[in-house]
Design a protein around this ligand. Structure first.
Ligand code: ATP
Ligand code: MG
Length: 189
């Protein structure tokens, strides 16, 4: 499961857990992005902060771990390179699932080498409030499994806005991540 994870929240965690159980996955790797090509409009928090928050959020789940594959890669990060690297680590006989929320799939036409990427592994799109999955481009829909997750209309954007305005972020994300945000003064300005 890739993401900016700026910060990671319960929407990400619930989605990963639902998909893990549904497809009986042996491991879920969270892959914080290095230098996201589609998020050049705002300053993304330093990758080491995003990486550590993702580690803190996933320690309580035996099946979850965090990969530095994109953080440690130079230059812009593309999903297709990440999948290729996972495939070469895991070997050809391992079934890979790429997990994302519905919003990511709705913009799939803008992904780098989308058609090629879709042939490389399984794709799972999790439902997400506000992003009608029926609008998915039919060019891609045949390749993608849709998974209903208990709806959480939580976003990192909303959490950052709340911190900036001094509003509570309790119960939107794990407590350890909340503590990390305040300890390091993230999202204040
Ligand atoms: P931002 O608001 O900064 O874009 P975000 O909450 O969308 O943050 P990302 O790091 O962009 O989080 O998302 C990583 C992946 O998790 C994406 O595939 C996204 O669709 C999915 N995702 C994020 N929040 C949810 C949620 N509440 N329910 C389901 N999927 C989600
Ligand atoms: Mg997002």
């Amino acid at each position: 499961m890739g993401g900016t994870f700026d910060p990671i929240h319960y929407g990400h965690l619930v989605t990963a857990e639902e998909v893990r159980v549904k497809f009986r996955l042996t491991d879920v790797f969270f892959v914080p992005s290095g230098n996201p090509p589609h998020k050049l409009d705002r300053e993304v928090t330093h990758p080491e902060h995003r990486y550590l928050m993702t580690v803190l959020a996933t320690v309580t789940n035996l099946f979850f771990s965090v990969s530095r594959i994109e953080i440690d890669r130079e230059g812009p990060s593309y999903a297709i390179d990440t999948i290729a690297q996972f495939k070469s680590f895991a070997g050809e006989d391992v079934d890979l699932y790429f997990i994302t929320g519905a919003d990511a799939f709705l913009s799939m036409d803008k992904w780098y080498k989308a058609d090629e990427l879709l042939k490389m592994c399984n794709f799972v799109a999790a439902t997400r409030p506000g992003y009608p999955i029926e609008k998915l481009d039919t060019r891609f829909s045949g390749f993608i499994e849709i998974v209903e997750v208990p709806a959480l209309s939580i976003s990192s954007t909303d959490i950052r806005g709340r911190v900036k305005e001094g509003r509570s972020i309790k119960y939107l994300l794990p407590e350890a991540v909340e503590d990390y945000i305040f300890k390091n003064g993230l999202y204040r300005d």
